[in-house]
Write a protein that binds this ligand. Structure first.
Ligand code: 26M
Length: 798
């Protein structure tokens, strides 16, 4: 946008004056942040308002991305960058003697998501606006985001994240006039209406008022402003009498109170089903209402509307869309079904069996009586359609209702025209294994869309030093055309350039070290290798394998205090789902090993272990630019894609990885010499499953190193962790090491030795790092979303 620094300073002073009746020099950082955010909203209000009208007027097909989570983190810098005024504002703040970073730090991290899935949804919102595509988000306005993590005596403690405070979120705008009603519970009776449809009669339903809050999604320097709509629940005025007690009211308010903090195992909690339906129903009612304003026929709705189901959590979109078309608008089943399948598409994010969403029929029927009828009908018609054409076993495996459970993935696949995985390997596994039965029936529905990241956030915003270095070498165009990063390759033998990148990394490491010193009291040596694993804690992600290696290093140093090794700092960040015992024990052990190691002076700072509490998007922006080694060590076949792997790569960290998820595509991008791969591949893992021949105890008994490392958990070496240590020992030895840590251990140790060796060749290491940066452009979420736009949604973009 066109704006001079002087004009901006005037606008900003005005805004501060009006909002808080203060002068700049007397304002607090919080007031400055709020005023700046209000000013941004003012700058974009016109394109934001006009976007929807324009789309309706121009008959443009729009994609609606439904997700139970959106995880944007802080939005101030992204919004300024995308408006094209980030540099100007930083400069202006210098003129008026305000520290811009303090203003940035006054913003709370918007954490309405657990991890990868939620972050991806937020990234797609940015990318949709950036490619100028009509794509809107639909989600829930949780009052409490993902819990805040504290570590007390080495244990994870969860605290509520009351991110909305008393005044709400500065980026949102409440739209009470667009509220809709959502019905749950009660009984439903159907009366034939004589036109082939039924008139449902609802007896004693619970009626909810769904109120939208809109958050602008600003495209990167293109004047486009899309919308992310988050729904909040209220008690409808007409129902006030029914909710006299605080307890009654609370039951309703609970619906949008909390984000479920578990992203790895499925739990059939009725409140969760209510959340899912609430969001889907409110969103779809609005979409259909808006469509009808165009005056077009409902049977053509697929020409203007695409609805995306982000994992199965919004899968109720399928029967709810059917319900609205039939019950509210009299469309007959066949026409409604034809539209629904064309409108809906679905992304699968996991192949872990324990994460697949299934709902007990009785519970489902109680909460969603009408939707239950529709799901039943979809299921019977599906069985009828495929029977005779496919073996009974395939039909049984793919139908929606089986053993009194509703299978949400099956509903999503049958009810839509597209199913995609999130990395090549993941999609291959869906096709060949997990969803193979479906693949036989609907091969044309399957496709891959490898995940991507907002490259701007992970370079320009979080790593300004590296970005300035890149500018110096290849000019600034890469900032809007990420594929130009490739031009960095011509400096791959330029020692001066390589040294400069090395120094940039070191500066970033010093910044992180200062934070660690201040918050943890631990001193870090910026010449050490910063070896980082930050992600949700889960057994399959194998933080424990990392810890086993740390314990090995500990013993290696203790055995030989003169050992020749590059000092190493291991950094962890990880939240465990509150009910996930094993994950919590691993956190406890990491912290106790940290205590042991960091306080043992005989190790001469060769080894440090840091657990940084409350890992979130904001902390990632500090950690990732300071990392030398990116730990992506999941059991092959388990991590659908991963996205932090891409962020580390673009910040010049070397990936230490198994052949899992998008790691494989990173390897293809950088070449075998610029990544460190270890461990079993997926075939080898599957081989063990088939042959049932894995024997962890044998490895433990026959390999002296493994034996010593594993025994460390139960022999009292690690303080204050007896029961957790025993639990981990049991998981590895008595329960046969479900994720094959011990089998991959030796190969991992060797890979780590290799890292130690090449790090000593500064030029070689820096070449690898530069090669990684130069090839990171292909993981831009802008490109990913272009493929969704073209191949799944059929929507226009620039
Ligand atoms: C479901 C039901 C009840 C409670 C919680 C959930 C739930 C919420 C989030 C389940 C899974 C959730 O997220 C899973 C996730 O983040 N998956 C990751 O998705 C990323 C983006 O595609 C991938 O990169 C990761 O590999 C994948 O683990």
């Amino acid at each position: 946008m066109e704006l001079t620094k002087e004009q901006f300073i005037r606008d900003f002073k005005d805004q501060l004056h009006r909002d808080f009746i203060v002068k700049i020099n007397e304002s607090t950082d919080e007031e400055r942040f709020l005023a700046l955010a209000h000013l941004i909203k003012k700058y974009i209000s016109t394109p934001w308002l006009e976007r929807r009208h324009d789309l309706i007027e121009e008959d443009v097909k729009t994609a609606y991305y439904f997700s139970i989570e959106f995880l944007p983190g802080r939005m101030l810098e992204t919004n300024l960058l995308n408006l094209g005024i980030l540099d100007l504002v930083e400069d202006a703040f210098k003129d008026v003697d305000v520290d811009f970073s303090d203003v940035v730090n006054a913003e709370k991290d918007m954490a309405l998501g657990n991890g990868g899935l939620g972050r991806l949804a937020a990234a797609f919102m940015d990318s949709l606006a950036t490619i100028g595509a009509p794509g809107f988000g639909n989600g829930i306005r949780y009052k409490y985001g993902l819990f805040k993590q504290k570590i007390v005596d080495g244990y994870q403690i969860e605290l509520p994240d009351a991110w909305l405070g008393t005044d709400g979120n500065v980026w949102e705008t409440k739209k009470p006039h667009s509220a809709v009603e959502v019905k749950i519970y009660g009984k439903v009776y159907l009366y034939p209406n004589g036109e082939g449809n039924f008139e449902p009669f609802y007896e004693d339903p619970t009626i909810l008022r769904a109120v939208p809050y809109d958050i602008a999604q600003i495209g990167f320097q293109n004047g486009v402003v899309n919308n992310l709509r988050l729904w909040d629940v209220e008690i409808p005025e007409s129902e006030e009498d029914k909710y006299r007690t605080i307890e009654d009211r609370r039951k309703i308010e609970d619906i949008t109170n909390i984000l479920y903090p578990d992203d790895s195992s499925y739990e059939g909690k009725s409140l969760r089903l209510v959340q899912e339906y609430f969001m889907v129903s409110a969103g779809l009612q609005t979409i259909i209402k808006n469509y009808l304003k165009t005056g077009k026929d409902l049977k053509d709705i697929h020409e203007l509307v695409a609805v995306h189901i982000n994992d199965t959590h919004p899968a109720l979109a399928v029967p709810e869309f059917m319900r609205i078309l039939m019950d509210d608008h009299g469309v007959v089943w066949e026409d409604a079904w034809n539209s629904t399948v064309k409108v809906m598409s679905y992304t699968n994010h996991t192949i872990l069996a324990e994460a697949l969403e299934k709902w007990d029929c009785n519970l489902f029927k109680e909460i969603l009586p009408r939707i239950y009828q529709i799901v039943n009908e979809i299921d019977s018609r599906y069985v009828e359609e495929v029977s005779g054409k496919f073996p009974g076993k395939i039909i049984e495996n793919t139908r929606i209702i089986r053993n009194e459970k509703i299978h949400m993935a099956n509903l999503s696949i049958i009810g839509g025209h597209s199913v995609n995985g999130v990395a090549k390997l993941h999609t291959d596994l869906l096709i060949s294994d997990v969803l193979n039965d479906f693949y036989q029936i609907y091969p044309e529905k399957f496709n891959n869309k490898t995940n991507g990241i907002i490259v701007r956030r992970w370079s320009q915003i979080s790593n300004p030093l590296m970005s300035a270095e890149i500018d110096k070498l290849i000019g600034k165009e890469w900032r809007s055309d990420i594929h130009q990063l490739k031009n960095l390759e011509k400096f791959i033998t330029d020692e001066k350039v390589l040294n400069e990148f090395y120094e940039v990394k070191k500066e970033n490491k010093k910044k992180l070290a200062a934070y660690v010193k201040e918050t943890q009291g631990i001193e870090l040596n910026p010449d050490a290798i910063f070896d980082v694993q930050v992600k949700r804690l889960h057994a399959y992600k194998r933080q424990l394998l990392n810890l086993l290696h740390i314990i090995k290093l500990y013993w290696d140093i203790k055995d030989n205090l003169d050992i020749d090794m590059v000092p190493r700092v291991f950094i962890f960040g990880a939240k465990a789902a509150p009910g996930y015992r094993f994950a919590k024990s691993v956190i406890k052990l990491i912290n106790e090993v940290a205590n042991l190691v960091n306080n043992d002076e005989s190790l001469q700072d060769k080894l440090k272990v840091v657990f940084l509490p409350n890992y979130n998007v904001t902390l990632a922006e500090l950690i990732i630019p300071a990392s030398d080694v990116s730990e992506q060590i999941s059991t092959a076949g388990k991590e659908a894609s991963g996205t932090s792997n891409m962020k580390f790569m673009m910040n010049g960290a070397i990936t230490l990885a198994t052949l899992d998820g998008a790691n494989i595509e990173i390897k293809d991008a950088v070449g075998d010499d610029n990544i460190v791969i270890f461990g079993m591949n997926t075939d080898e893992v599957y081989d063990h499953y088939e042959k049932h021949d894995y024997n962890a105890r044998k490895l433990f008994e026959e390999n002296p190193t493994i034996n010593r490392v594993v025994k460390t958990f139960i022999d009292g070496t690690i303080p204050n962790s007896q029961s957790e240590g025993q639990e981990i020992y049991d998981a590895l030895i008595r329960h046969n090491d479900e994720y094959f840590l011990l089998e991959d251990f030796e190969s991992y140790v060797n890979a780590q030795k290799y890292i130690n060796d090449i790090y000593q060749d500064k030029i070689r290491w820096s070449q690898m790092a530069l090669n990684n940066i130069a090839n990171s452009g292909r993981f831009s979420a802008d490109d990913t979303i272009r493929l969704y736009a073209e191949e799944i949604w059929n929507i226009k973009h620039n």
